[in-house]
Ligand binder design. Structure first.
Ligand code: 5GP
Length: 177
């Protein structure tokens, strides 16, 4: 892969792995004795979900959904389910796994949709949180890192579908088209 045009690295692979291990320990403790289902949002949360799941010490199921936005800039947060979950979630303990919560609109939509399916509990875990851009409040249970107002890549986050496989979080040079 072409070396990415980075402005700076925000969190090294070591820092990311360390933080994921801490979050996994907290989740394992909270859900001890209860089967947990992680729901990932394709494609951004795949890398975080996988790393998190591997660190959990409790039995865990996984499922994925995929969304596409069609509200445009005028109606951000209007999303359509492009691929739904494979299984129902009624009566289950669910953690929605996000790569980043930015405005919060996508997460709020997904949370409302999942809540309507009758899970026993429903929480949010996100690798990155950009609270400075929040438009709607969402109750985040676990978060990896707060990040500044700059476009980031790595750990599942892309620029034109590239860079998702980087193990670190970096800011892309702003002049990159
Ligand atoms: P929200 O609905 O919270 O505004 O947007 C969440 C989605 O926007 C994320 O799942 C992600 O796809 C995208 N996003 C927001 N900020 C960034 C960023 O800095 N880098 C990348 N690659 N995607 C972002």
């Amino acid at each position: 892969m072409k070396k990415p045009d980075l402005e700076r690295v925000l969190f090294t692979e070591e820092q990311v792995n360390q933080r994921i291990a801490e979050i996994a320990a907290a989740i394992s403790e909270r859900f001890a004795g209860r089967p947990l289902k992680l729901i990932g949002v394709l494609k951004g949360s795949v890398f975080f979900l996988t790393a998190l799941a591997r660190q959990l010490s409790i039995p865990v199921k996984i499922d994925f959904l995929s969304i596409s936005s069609f509200g445009g800039v005028k109606h951000p947060g209007i999303v359509r389910i492009a691929k739904d979950l494979d299984e129902p979630i009624d009566g289950e303990d669910i953690l929605l796994v996000e790569d980043i919560v930015d405005s919060g609109l996508t997460t709020r939509y997904l949370l409302q949709m999942l809540a309507g399916r009758g899970p026993n509990s429903l929480g949010i875990v996100t690798l990155l949180d950009r609270t400075s851009k929040r438009l709607v409040q969402v109750p985040i249970d676990y978060r990896g890192f707060e990040i500044p107002d700059a476009f980031v890549i790595g750990c599942g986050l892309d620029h034109k579908q590239l860079y998702r496989n980087l193990g670190y979080i970096a800011v892309l040079k702003p002049d990159k088209p």
